[in-house]
Design a protein around this ligand. Structure first.
Ligand code: NDP
Length: 373
């Protein structure tokens, strides 16, 4: 049972002396899995902004972004953002990776109004924050919501990053409206992965028709979560199947590449091809910040031209945006049974490098989760 007290304008969860040390995974330089180092005596982070909360993480997931950030992906742009937001200390190291979590609020900054210590919450954090592959993290009030009460922390941790990314792709960049998919047919490439298993269920929950692509062994899973048509891209001719199914109102592409872009021709004119394979971060890494931005503008223009040449289709990039309001709406869909977590494997905190190895293989069946307790 939790009680609250106010001390130095921070509301805290317990009257007994708070923990000062935690287990946390760090990297001290970019590289492979050998750079992942477990600290048993890491310092618990402190709230420095009045709208922030200290969360005790119960579970976190591993996403492809963690694996590529371990290797330095996005460092130029993300470090610029850290500096702009005053979170830069000269070096990003030691760096904790991991973007999402399910956990319990321990302390709240004095301008936090919607949460109190003891609340069970879930969230996905902006790239410039320290990550969630640790037993505690600092989150902003706008990056979290109350966790779905029907889920365990392990189950809940599987959803926030893929949910907010899919929300950004469909609503913010895809220009669709929630609950307005009733006469819409959506193609989701990679229907078996973390993004795909969530996106299939979200569009079904909103009344749409879904076509999913995946490998042979995942066909049953993608059908089970609700896809109306499943195309096995390994054994079937994707384009001829799509020709039989009919025109599409939206394509969500988390895979990228020529084979996926070839499906653009099945979109109705003026409808959106939304890709999550986003060149801005790698361009900034390769060409430096300003040249990288310029190169990305050229790349986007190239994508738009490609869309136009395929019949006035709109080609858009989408990327993860922290969104506590979207998580609140997703929690309602989860608690009403419309969206279920799809968990591939759960690892213990000490086994985190094995989880990275698994995600690096790029054939997840839903999500890989870490039990942080
Ligand atoms: P997962 O590893 O969980 O899933 C990967 C998916 O890709 C699987 O469904 C897999 O299908 C499919 N896939 C792999 N190789 C191929 C291939 N050659 N042809 C067709 N499909 C293939 O990853 P997530 O779903 O979590 O994320 C997917 C990608 O989305 C990330 O790698 C990243 O590029 C992008 N992403 C971008 C974000 C952004 O902010 N821009 C945020 C989140 C994700 P199967 O195994 O059935 O073959």
């Amino acid at each position: 049972c939790y009680s609250t007290q106010t001390e130095n304008k921070i509301t805290t969860v317990e009257k007994k002396k708070p923990k000062r040390r935690m287990k946390a995974w760090y990297i001290y330089q970019y590289g492979g899995n050998e750079e992942l180092t477990l600290s048993e005596e890491a310092k618990i982070p402190e709230i420095t902004s009045p709208k922030d909360l200290l969360i005790e993480i119960q579970a976190a997931s591993v996403n492809p972004i963690d694996v590529v950030m371990r290797g330095g992906y996005g460092r130029n742009l993300i470090n610029k953002m850290r500096t702009w937001l005053g979170r830069g200390s000269g070096s990003e190291f030691p760096l904790t990776l991991g973007r999402d979590f399910s956990g319990i609020v321990q302390q709240t900054g004095h301008l936090v109004t919607r949460y109190k210590p003891g609340d069970e919450v879930w969230g996905a954090l902006a790239g410039q924050r320290q990550g969630t592959h640790a037993q505690f993290c600092i989150a902003g009030e706008n990056e979290i919501s109350k966790k779905p009460s029907s889920l365990s922390h392990i189950e809940a941790a599987s959803l926030p990053y893929v949910a907010t990314t899919t929300w950004a792709a469909l609503i913010t960049m895809g220009h669709m409206r929630e609950n307005s998919f009733h006469d819409k047919r959506v193609l989701i490439h990679g229907g078996s992965g973390g993004i795909g298993t969530f996106a299939v269920q979200l569009i079904k929950a909103w009344g749409g028709e879904v076509v999913g692509t995946c490998s042979t062994d995942a066909v049953a899973l993608v059908k089970h979560i609700g896809a109306d048509y499943v195309i096995d891209y390994r054994t079937e001719d994707v384009l001829s199947r799509l020709g039989d199914i009919g025109k599409l109102d939206l394509i969500l592409d988390p895979v990228g590449g020529e084979a996926q872009e070839a499906t653009m021709k099945f979109l109705r004119p003026y409808h959106n091809y939304v890709t999550l394979v986003f060149p801005l971060l790698p361009n900034a890494d390769k060409h430096g910040f300003l040249a990288g931005m310029a190169k990305s503008a050229v790349d986007l223009n190239f994508g738009i031209t490609k869309g136009i040449s395929k019949g006035l289709t709109s080609y858009r990039w989408a990327f993860f945006i922290p969104n506590g309001e979207a998580l609140k709406k997703v929690a309602v869909l989860v608690d009403s049974g419309k969206i279920q977590p799809v968990i591939d494997k759960v690892f213990k905190l000490d086994e985190l490098p094995l989880a990275y190895e698994k995600v690096e293989q790029k054939h997840g069946r839903g999500k890989t989760v870490i039990d942080m307790r």
